[in-house]
Design a protein around this ligand. Structure first.
Ligand code: FES
Length: 208
């Protein structure tokens, strides 16, 4: 939260609580994808980089495609103007999200070949790259869980060094996750994005 907002909450707590309640109520009838797309536009309007990173991550998580996000920004051109849209594109490029790469495969979800199941260490998590996406794969016996390596807070690509036993800690703002469940166990509340997975012919596959 910005210093200015923190100040306003302390200076006028009743008014600010009513304001936040109004915002929550106003968004409660919108589906999560639409709500997050609108938040993306407001963060671009105020040129709040951390906010843009956060709501862009949420919009993608709620099923928005890169094309939809770009179209939402372009539709908001009368309010944003070209300079803010270019600023947003710069932030998005810095985030280096697989969904926004120009050579990214079509957005249609598909099964991806990840690794030989037998090669995955038992009782441990492994960091892998597959078709342009970073993954953490946790295996215990026949149970496997595949997570996106992007942090659910602001999409930082979490490196393998962030893994200590069963605890994965994002280096950016230290949200921590239990790699056996994907649950966020410190600082934040959103779990890791988990991809559906299966083992076919001895190969681990994941669906995104
Ligand atoms: S990006 Fe903020 S904790 Fe990961």
């Amino acid at each position: 939260m910005s210093e200015a907002l923190t100040y306003l909450i302390k200076a006028r707590p009743e008014a600010m609580q009513a304001y936040f309640k109004f915002l929550k109520d106003a968004g409660s009838r919108l589906d999560p994808k639409t709500r997050n797309l609108i938040s993306v536009i407001t963060k671009v309007h105020s040129q709040t980089e951390n906010g843009l990173r956060q709501y862009l991550t949420r919009a993608l998580r709620e099923g928005a495609t890169a094309e939809e996000i770009i179209d939402a920004l372009l539709m908001a051109f009368p309010a944003l103007g070209l300079a803010r849209i270019v600023w947003a594109a710069d932030v998005i490029l810095k985030m280096d999200l697989p969904e926004f790469r120009l050579d990214a495969p079509p957005a249609e979800p598909a099964w991806h070949d990840v690794a030989a199941f037998a090669a995955l260490a038992d009782g441990k998590a492994t960091r892998l790259d597959c078709d342009g996406r970073g993954l953490f794969v946790w295996r215990k016996g026949r149970t496997v869980k595949v997570y996106d390596s992007r942090c659910p807070h602001q999409a930082t690509n979490i490196p393998h060094l962030a893994l200590k036993g069963e605890r994965l800690t994002c280096p950016k703002h230290e949200w921590a996750f239990d790699i056996t469940t994907g649950a966020c166990i410190a600082k934040g509340s959103t779990p890791l994005k988990r991809w559906e997975s299966r083992v076919e012919g001895g190969r681990l596959q994941a669906y995104w």
